[in-house]
Design a protein around this ligand. Structure first.
Ligand SMILES: Cc1cc2nc3c(=O)[nH]c(=O)nc-3n(C[C@H](O)[C@H](O)[C@H](O)COP(=O)(O)O)c2cc1C
Length: 187
């Protein structure tokens, strides 16, 4: 697969075959994630791997559909994935280098670069995934018994796709490219 196909064919996958994903492939995905750029090269990501059904259940119970954090139903589709990767940001690594200013933004920016590498890597390896951030953070921290400095950023269900993904429309790229001059043309 060339880069063009990987980027253009990636879609959020929300239904998976009942087929396991080898630990070798999971390690490859994490290696791709770990190759991402980060501010000051601090690499503030931590990965939690979950395969056990009960643990997956507990994680899914922290999720919600839509915007209603409190009453939204859990994202049940996630249970069809054989593996979850929870990508966390390590606040201590950011703090050591940058202090408390921009702590959250650096954490989110760095881990998002890492997450995109994993999502594209999944396509390359014939797998599917989805960036899931609809979860109650405090609850997930408790369920995973995360150390104080680990902040969960995304849950990535990983598996072999069981759907022909809907190609969500994208805005025409020409509409969002701006060449040097904004507003009125200067004479
Ligand atoms: C930060 C972020 C959070 C997201 N959270 C969720 C989520 O909680 N559940 C879900 O089903 N999809 C989630 N998505 C996936 C988006 O819905 C999806 O990327 C978007 O609709 C575009 O579709 P595509 O990924 O197939 O191109 C999230 C995506 C991003 C980037």
């Amino acid at each position: 697969m060339n880069y063009n196909d990987i980027v253009k064919e990636r879609r959020s996958i929300r239904s998976f075959l009942d087929k396991d994903v080898s630990t070798e492939l999971i390690y490859k995905l994490l290696d791709y994630g770990h190759a991402a750029p980060s501010a000051g090269n601090i690499q503030p990501w931590e990965f939690i791997i979950i395969r056990n059904e009960e643990n997956k259940r507990a994680v899914v119970d922290t999720t919600f559909i839509g915007r209603d954090e409190k009453n939204g139903k859990p994202q049940e589709w996630m249970m069809t994935a054989p593996v979850f990767i929870v990508v966390c940001g390590n606040q201590e690594k950011v703090r050591q280098r940058y202090g408390d200013t921009s702590l959250d933004s650096i954490l989110y920016l760095d881990t998002s670069a890492c997450i995109e590498n994993i999502l594209l890597g999944a396509v390359y390896l014939g797998l599917g995934s989805c960036y899931v951030s609809g979860f109650r953070k405090d609850e997930l921290v408790k369920v995973l018994r995360l150390p104080e400095d680990y902040q969960p950023i995304a849950i990535l269900p990983i598996g072999y796709s069981n759907e022909v993904p809907y190609k969500r429309p994208k805005i025409n790229v020409k509409k969002i490219i701006h060449f040097e001059i904004f507003g009125e043309q200067r004479s």
